[in-house]
Design a protein around this ligand. Structure first.
Ligand code: SF4
Length: 240
């Protein structure tokens, strides 16, 4: 697709900053049709997104990155929500299985070079999966971390050459949980066991009450992002 100009994006940001997530999702569905996709890891905000889309674009393609290293509880939740919402789900897998990666990189790559592991198992597969779409919806929120504090509701994604939407940018953790509970939606039971943010099992741990919601991800490392939303250091981008 042709790139959106800075002026177009600025105007859309001004238009949608005060909008509700439903208004943003509806505009996206009307504007991009079947060239719109949602990328979710079935965190609470992803589940809210999928619930809202039931009224707006129930057959929108939903991409989830199956690294092969998700918790059993996450796989169970994906199955449950896929069945309940009759999702048009695309499970995207890396080229290397977990076993093949362990063979090529001599064991637990995530413990020695998590950026490379995320590149192989998340960033690279997502880049392929997004090809052919004009816009993607994410669940990024400003209150999740300092790296996300300034995210706009809509942006031109230069890496993927498409529009990137964050309809929940201005929502808080409390708002997400209020919505989930109001509609009695399913969620990952690990959230009740001290896991506020859930990724792959080797890189996710429980945190103490009141700790930063993403502090259990890559705990003990400087790494705070997997790289699908923010570029990581170039040195770690391609050594596969
Ligand atoms: S989160 Fe951990 S296990 Fe999952 S892809 Fe990234 S480094 Fe690998």
């Amino acid at each position: 697709m042709d790139a959106y100009s800075t002026e177009q994006i600025t105007a859309l940001q001004r238009q949608f900053e005060p909008a509700t997530p439903q208004e943003i999702l509806r505009w996206a569905a009307d504007t991009f049709g079947d060239r719109l996709t949602v990328v979710t890891s079935f965190q609470p905000v992803g589940i809210v997104t999928l619930h809202m889309l039931q009224d707006i674009a129930p057959r929108a393609p939903i991409i989830t990155l199956d690294t092969g290293l998700l918790f059993p509880e996450t796989y169970a939740l994906i199955d449950e929500i896929t069945a309940r919402f009759n999702l048009n789900l695309v499970r995207v897998e890396p080229e290397l299985t977990v076993t093949e990666q362990a063979r090529r990189y001599e064991g637990a790559l995530w413990s020695r070079d998590p950026d490379l592991c995320c590149h192989i198992r998340k960033t690279q597969p997502l880049e392929k999966a997004l090809a052919g779409y004009d816009a993607w919806i994410t669940g990024l929120r400003r209150d999740q971390s300092t790296t996300r504090a300034d995210i706009p509701v809509i942006a031109w994604d230069t890496r993927h050459q498409m529009v990137k939407l964050c309809p929940f940018a201005a929502w808080t953790e409390d708002m997400v949980w209020t919505y989930l509970r109001a509609y009695e939606l399913p969620y990952n039971i690990l959230h009740d066991q001290g896991y506020p943010s859930i990724g792959c099992w080797p890189c996710t741990r429980a945190v103490a009450a009141g700790d930063d919601v993403r502090s259990g991800r890559w705990s003990g490392r400087a790494k705070t992002e997997c790289g699908i939303h923010f570029d990581l250091a170039p040195a770690s981008q391609e050594r596969a």
